[in-house]
Design a protein around this ligand. Structure first.
Ligand code: URA
Length: 230
């Protein structure tokens, strides 16, 4: 929300008074005087008017979690355990998931209450790369590698997938990097070759790599440096 709108929403100030207080240097955002009415402020910002604290600023929270199999990437589910159930944190229901995994997929999940940060990770335009280890029922072939690199046609969405990099590791396993997140994307990519995905594990999303210290089901907070990577 714009700072002038935030101020004029207060019962004691109209728009003109808000702008006056701003120009007089009476408004501080995160301990700094701000005069620009169009400055965007968020629930995480501390906002003061003179001696008066208007908003304390909610703490922004960021976690990485190693999702185990058989757990839903949702904040609520009537039947199954969710990734949020794995967090031993107060107010965990205010967190959301930045990039879901299927019920039986495992690996890196990022959670936050900061919508702008998670959007930078998940919005299609950012082309963040996501890397997965895949195990399949049938052998993985050179033809698949070439076709994945060209892009595959998804009829339901009427689009061609972005070029994906397939590194064949063994006859039935590979590392795959994709740059978008369509519904069941990897299963559908292999499905076009009649090859069923038996296991799918996310290793990384953009600059975030699953911490090898995290056992399935475990999580940790991101450091300040990690949060700033995106
Ligand atoms: N693609 C899939 O098919 N499933 C996942 O969980 C992630 C990517």
């Amino acid at each position: 929300m714009r700072l002038d709108r935030f101020l004029s929403n207060l019962p004691t100030l109209n728009r003109q008074q808000a702008r006056l207080r701003l120009s007089q240097g009476q408004v501080r955002v995160n301990d700094e005087v701000v005069r620009e009415p169009l400055t965007e402020v968020r629930a995480f910002d501390r906002i003061e008017l003179g001696e008066q604290l208007l908003q304390a600023g909610r703490a922004a929270r960021y976690y990485m979690l190693n999702k185990p199999q058989g757990c839903v990437s949702a904040t609520r589910d009537p039947r199954h355990r969710t990734v949020l159930d794995l967090l031993d944190e107060a107010d965990r229901e205010e967190l959301h998931i930045a990039g879901r995994l299927d019920f039986n997929s495992t690996g890196l999940i990022l959670l936050s209450n900061d919508g702008l940060w998670s959007r930078r990770l998940t919005q299609p335009a950012s082309e963040i790369s996501k890397t997965y280890l895949v195990q399949t029922e049938q052998p993985i072939t050179e033809q698949m590698r070439l076709r994945f690199a060209q892009g595959l046609y998804f009829r339901f969405e009427d689009l061609v997938t972005r070029p994906a990099q397939l590194e064949i590791l063994t006859s039935h396993s590979a590392r795959l990097s994709i740059h978008e997140g369509r519904y069941h994307q990897i299963k559908r990519m292999f499905g076009q070759f009649g090859n069923k995905v038996l296991a799918l594990h996310r290793e990384s999303m953009g600059p975030y790599r699953l911490d090898p210290q995290l056992a399935p089901g475990a999580y940790r907070a991101l450091s300040a440096t990690e949060i700033g990577l995106i």
